[in-house]
Design a protein around this ligand. Structure first.
Ligand code: 13P
Length: 249
């Protein structure tokens, strides 16, 4: 059966000192054991995080990855490098990567393949912008995002994907999707995967919600049957808030 997952996407925040303090505070916190906890610090803090998390159950993710094995790609980081510092997940397709760094569906497809070939589990982000929601196109938009970058995968490969539904209008805005909006979309995503693959595959995939999740709204969102956890931005930068979110299942 699918796992409950809470992943913290730190984005471009926390220097080595701040990362170290945050991780030490998380290590001291009482975290619900049934939930898989993942943190995604910046590249520069991954090796440090790996050391500090040694012997704990908190898993490490990167926020991005290059699609090639190695070579003349100044400034980029490969899957193999990530693996060598204990990374097991990689966030791909975040709306900030899509919008600011022009990552398109075709590129994301190659990144998904590269991650899986290197035994990194993609946390694949999808979600509509405000206009898409206002025009009633949100279901169509996520269907395209899923089919263009994931639906070439075999059923077995698909089992290693985590999906994060992050409506762009809810990211960093303080505005969240209502628990009902989240549930409706998650059911839609799961059904779409079931139609392409099988109910068994769809039921095994964790679908996380992301977008202004805070300790005060997490419980209602996670109470929905098809919301299997959260991808947390701002609130993941405070150990107390992140812990409260983890413990709100
Ligand atoms: P916020 O929780 O800050 O809205 O960010 C969500 C997000 O983008 C996580 O990837």
């Amino acid at each position: 059966m699918r796992k409950n997952i809470i992943a913290g996407n730190w984005k471009m925040n926390a220097d080595a000192q701040a990362a170290s303090t945050l991780i030490k505070n998380l290590n001291e916190a009482d975290l619900a054991e049934k939930t898989e906890v993942i943190i995604a610090p910046s590249y520069t803090n991954l090796a440090l995080a790996n050391e500090l998390l040694s012997g704990t159950s908190i898993r490490l993710s990167s926020q991005n990855m290059h699609q090639a094995d190695k070579g003349a790609f100044t400034g980029e980081v490969s899957a193999e490098m990530l693996k060598s510092v204990g990374v097991s997940y990689v966030i791909l397709g975040h709306s900030e990567r899509r919008a600011i760094f022009n990552e398109d569906a075709q590129l994301l497809k190659t990144k998904v393949d590269q991650a899986l070939e290197n035994e990194l589990k993609p946390i694949f982000c999808i979600g509509e912008e405000l206009k898409g929601r206002q025009d009633g196109k949100h279901f169509d938009i996520v269907e395209s995002q899923l089919s263009e970058s994931l639906f070439h995968l075999s059923a077995n490969a698909m089992r290693n994907i985590v999906i994060a539904y992050e409506p762009v209008w809810a990211i960093g805005t303080g505005e969240t999707a209502s628990p009902e909006q989240a549930q409706d979309m998650h059911v839609h995503i799961r059904q779409f995967i079931a139609d392409k693959y099988s109910v068994e595959i769809a039921d095994g995939i964790s679908i996380l919600y992301g977008g202004s999740v805070k300790p005060g709204n997490a419980k209602d969102i996670f109470a929905k049957a098809d919301v299997d956890g959260g991808l947390i931005g701002g609130a993941a930068l405070k150990a107390e808030d992140f812990t409260a979110i983890i413990n709100s299942f």
